[in-house]
Design a protein around this ligand. Structure first.
Ligand code: NDP
Ligand code: GDR
Length: 340
């Protein structure tokens, strides 16, 4: 019988890549979606025949219990979150509810359905029970004092989003220790793709380049060009999520490339890929600089390399170029579909 996976956040960037990966691995995949309508994102549509969708919300305990009960999963991947850092200053409360307390609700749903009591263990939950993956984030490191960062690096979260993720991270650890549940957190560094939300900087750049190249815009407004990130490809990172849950002993892993680039370098690569001079188009907008930015993040993923035999396969320049190419096609198609 095929193994069953339940994914929250299946409509997001990572959810869709993870669903594709697990289907290819022979899993029966179930996804939790919000609202009444079928999800509209174009990359989800081809999956609709293969993935079973359940209505649920990380704000709603009952819906999560029902989703876990219906899917009877072997593995649960909690990818659902409000994931855009700037929004978390404007809507700190809802971010804490979804990104932070949502982790508590999904863990409680698993505990309830598995019958794991206050002393742990009762209905499975240890080696034979449901395995749980929490989408932790390098944003938890925040203001770093040492680089690169690994599983032992101190956290110093710099946004309400990062604080909520840190809560979810410790709670996942706590359920592992308190109830013997097979819970792991992947501390993932930034990962991107053509499916990245348009508000995140790499995709904002690739879409901006495409619109400028096709004559639909003249400038691209950005914030802090000097921030440095360890950027990888989302398709490589979902493999790591799955590998983490296959380990006999649950533990947390850092996932990243170990290389950093600045936003300025991302801009240079993307504009050059379309034959444009970025200096003629990029405007630095102080209004886009964050109240407390994270200046540098760089992963030491040597534990994942050793235990999971995982390494990234996509170079940053290759990734940015692929995103520009994809957005050039997307913008050209949208423009020709536009009756105006
Ligand atoms: P996205 O923002 O693309 O996707 C977020 C998902 O969460 C969407 O499917 C969204 O659904 C869902 N969601 C939002 N609110 C709720 C809610 N109340 N109940 C249930 N689901 C909800 O994120 P990514 O795919 O990029 O990231 C996946 C996870 O990994 C997130 O938790 C993110 O914080 C974390 N992460 C991401 C990194 C990255 O670089 N991408 C790095 C480290 C961690 P809807 O479509 O309905 O809005
Ligand atoms: P991040 O990603 O906050 O690291 O969170 P984002 O792409 O939003 O920002 C990266 C860096 O770029 C700088 N920047 C800008 N960012 C945006 N969005 N828009 C701009 O115009 C702009 N100009 C400069 C930012 O200041 C920042 O330093 C992502 C999310 O996926 C989180 O959910 C995840 O946890 C982390 O990655 C790891």
């Amino acid at each position: 019988m095929s193994r069953r996976a339940l994914i929250t956040g299946i409509t997001g960037q990572d959810g869709s890549y993870l669903a594709e990966h697990l289907l290819a691995e022979g899993y029966e995949v179930w996804g939790v979606v919000r609202g009444q309508d079928a999800p509209g994102k174009p990359w989800i549509r081809p999956l609709l025949n293969e993935v079973r969708l359940l209505q649920g919300d990380l704000l709603d305990q009952r819906s999560l219990i029902e989703a876990v009960d219906q899917a009877q999963p072997d593995e649960v991947y909690n990818l659902g979150a409000i994931s855009y850092v700037p929004l978390s200053w404007k809507q700190a409360e809802i971010t804490s509810e979804v990104t932070g307390l949502g982790v508590l609700r999904i863990l409680e749903a698993i505990r309830t359905v598995s019958g794991i009591g206050g002393n742990g263990g009762a209905g499975g939950g240890s080696a034979g029970g449901v395995r749980f993956y929490q989408a932790s984030s390098s944003e938890m490191f925040g203001q770093v004092e040492e680089s690169p960062q690994n599983e032992r690096t101190r956290f110093h979260p710099r946004s309400p989003y990062a604080v909520a993720k840190t809560y979810g991270h410790y709670l996942t650890q706590n359920y592992r220790e308190s109830f013997g549940m097979h819970c792991v957190s992947g501390i993932l560094f930034n990962h991107e793709s053509p499916r990245r939300g348009p508000e995140f900087v790499t995709r904002k750049i690739s879409l901006g380049v495409a619109r400028i190249k096709l004559g639909l815009a003249g400038e691209l407004r950005l914030g802090n060009l000097e921030a440095r990130r360890d950027w990888g490809f989302a398709g490589d990172y979902v493999r790591a999520m799955h590998l983490m849950l296959q380990q006999p002993v649950p533990r947390d892993y850092v996932i990243g490339t170990g290389r950093t680039h600045s936003v300025r370098e991302a801009v240079e690569i993307a504009f050059a890929a379309a034959g444009l001079d970025w200096r003629r188009h990029v405007v630095v907008d102080p209004g886009l600089v964050r109240p407390a930015d994270v200046e540098l993040l760089c992963a030491d993923a040597s534990l994942a390399r050793r235990d999971l035999d995982w390494k990234p396969e996509t170079e940053f320049a290759e990734l940015m170029e692929a995103m520009v190419e994809s957005d050039l096609r997307l913008v050209a198609r949208t423009r020709s579909d536009d009756p105006a």
